[in-house]
Design a protein around this ligand. Sequence first.
Ligand code: PLP
Length: 447
Amino acid sequence: DYGLSEADPEVRAIIDKEKERQFRSLELIASENFTSRAVMEAVGSCLTNKYSEGLPGKRYYGGNEYIDELETLCQKRALAAFHLDETNWGVNVQPLSGSPANFEVYTAILKPHDRIMGLDLPHGGHLSHGFMTPKRRVSGTSIYFESMPYRLDESTGLVDYDMLEKTAILFRPKLIIAGASAYPRDFDYPRMRKIADSVGAFLMMDMAHISGLVAASVVADPFEYCDIVTTTTHKLNLHNQLYLLPYFQSLRGPRGGMIFFRKDPVLGVDLESAINNAVFPGLQGGPHNHTIGGLAVCLKHAQSLEFKAYQNKVVSNCRALASRLLELGYKLVSGGSDNHLVLVDLRPMGIDGARAEKILDMASITLNKNSVPGDKSALVPGGIRIGSPAMTTRGFTEKEFKLIADFIHEGVQLTIDAKRSVSGSKLQDFLNFVASPDFPLRDKVSD
Ligand code: PLP
């Protein structure tokens, strides 16, 4: 049996190039992070060989005694990480990722064409919360369910709860979804609970982007108010740089998803059996046991002081970045950030996010173009989204995050120049600088 270098040098070479790209770039995509060696070891293990349809103790295949032990351990750790009591909350750790987890919830509690309300995608929501355009039902969620998204108040950049309430009373959704992919503030769960109760709807939170902040109690706790909470396992959330104990770097998760549900019936529905059945046999087959192994590893230390310290740093680094961008004259959606991301509205600068993303990418500054409220096009949106988790994992502090803001500013200035086609050579100078040993952050970026 050969290793990858001998068996497939072509794929090995691609992986090496990607590793080098990750190593050399300033990774600022809000939904990405660096997983740990321990998680990778679990994900690359023999657990991948095993079929185990069903749940611990109730499988459709033999030979699952250790897989049962693993999945039970993972469930216990997931509940502990979010301070949940096993008598009131349960969890399914089998969802293959965030979008399947959400669709599994919809399958569990809704009938086709039932009505749902999630945050609109151009206002920071996720595709899987029911995105549609006037011409097309884009996501499976909007194809199979009737979606009426709620939006931000464009003058404040905050969720317009008054409008959500008015619309909910008219639309009468069966499910209201909190959570977002590009919202720099906390959700008002008590208000959303009240709205959901007034129309007899379930309240679900998709905490994919902020679950680490939730586990570390750095942001409001959605479990107090929601019936169901979903998450991915590979974003900011459960990834941790245990920088106080560098030999103990075992908390950054594999790609996957989880669904937490209340054990008591809600609106007459037994969420536990409805959700477990929606995952399997509803929408999935055999669980990815190697992922569940990696997830169990990353959940192990989610209650540690080091984990909390990391999550606090993610937020303080993000605030430092936001305050420097404000000093430099940028307009931020909602005026700042309470979590791990900032959303910069570049339209006042006369450029779009797509151009800025491209130019910054050339300088190994990796972030993404993003819609901002009032945008006309999702392909050429007016903003960029910048996240602090990954570079916090690599040890960056507030000082470096302010420098990052300066670099982004330089890139944006060059984007403005490039748009005016004034100075190609200035751009080249900037790119040469970033590639040179004088690039100030270069020595900080180590494995
Ligand atoms: N939910 C939210 C809030 C997200 O931001 C994302 C992905 O970015 C997802 C769900 C989907 O996760 P996945 O890409 O793992 O399907």
